[in-house]
Design a protein around this ligand. Structure first.
Ligand SMILES: [Zn+2]
Length: 250
């Protein structure tokens, strides 16, 4: 292995480190996502409780206003009853009685509205209690997930630091434009920035990118075998390499 494969060899080492980092990242993401799910559910629960509370306060104000109305009507009915006792004529009596009965009927309607609103306030209260219970579940689950995440970070701290340092060292020998091609694809494909060029059939000179199965021309395979030049797969963007361009020790 001469100087022709130097860049690809460096990239290959970088790839090995990057894949380990990507594995840690993807494991961490799974736990992180769980943390986020429970955080989001808690926020949603709080929003819902806030909404319900606003509705409940509004209905309670209705209850208060209607109750006040009932009280003043009851006072009025008492007055009617007194007037009834002091009625001088039959006609006066029946007029007052009719007015009093009408007032009673209206009061009865308003009283049933009060009961209805009070039941609604009660059922909103029940719903809030239920959401509060669910919140407890999510709070516990969130705490657990956060604990797991912290434990994961603790467990992988040394390895992550070592790999990050190693990655820096691998980067040092690679041209900035090549490195940015690598990083772009690595970000995109969970660290898998390189793809080996494979032979479709052992007896035929037909090649594909093993990352995405795009056909790769013989010309490109020849370049990869003879020059220290970067070739990107035109389909998936991975940096292509052939087995012989990489030192067997890696
Ligand atoms: Zn490809």
């Amino acid at each position: 292995m001469g100087a022709m494969g130097e860049t690809l060899e460096a990239l290959h080492r970088l790839q090995a480190v990057e894949l380990q980092l990507a594995e840690i990242r993807s494991q961490r993401e799974v736990i992180q996502r769980r943390v986020e799910v429970h955080r989001r559910r808690l926020l949603q629960a709080n929003d819902r409780i806030e909404q319900l509370s606003v509705g409940s306060r509004r209905k309670q104000m209705d209850v208060d206003a209607l109750s006040l109305d009932v009280a003043s009507r009851e006072a009025s009915i008492i007055k009617h009853r007194e007037a009834l006792n002091n009625a001088k004529t039959n006609k006066e009596y029946s007029t007052i009685l009719a007015a009093m009965n009408a007032e009673k009927a209206d009061t009865g309607k308003i009283e049933s509205q009060v009961l209805e609103r009070m039941e609604e306030v009660q059922s909103i209260g029940n719903e809030i209690t239920q959401i509060d219970e669910e919140k407890k579940t999510h709070t516990d689950a969130l705490a657990l997930a956060e604990e797991k995440l912290a434990a994961f970070d603790e467990r992988h701290k040394k390895e992550s630091n070592r790999l990050t340092k190693e990655r820096k060292e691998c980067e040092s020998g690679i041209a900035p434009t090549t490195l940015s091609s690598f990083n772009r694809v690595a970000d995109h494909l969970e660290g898998e920035a390189m793809a080996i060029v494979g032979k479709v059939h052992p007896k035929r000179d037909e090649y594909v990118c093993t990352g995405c199965n795009l056909k790769i021309s013989l010309e490109i395979v020849n370049i990869l075998q003879s020059r220290d030049e970067i070739q990107l797969c035109k389909c998936c963007g991975r940096i292509l390499f052939v087995e012989s361009s990489i030192a067997k020790t890696s």
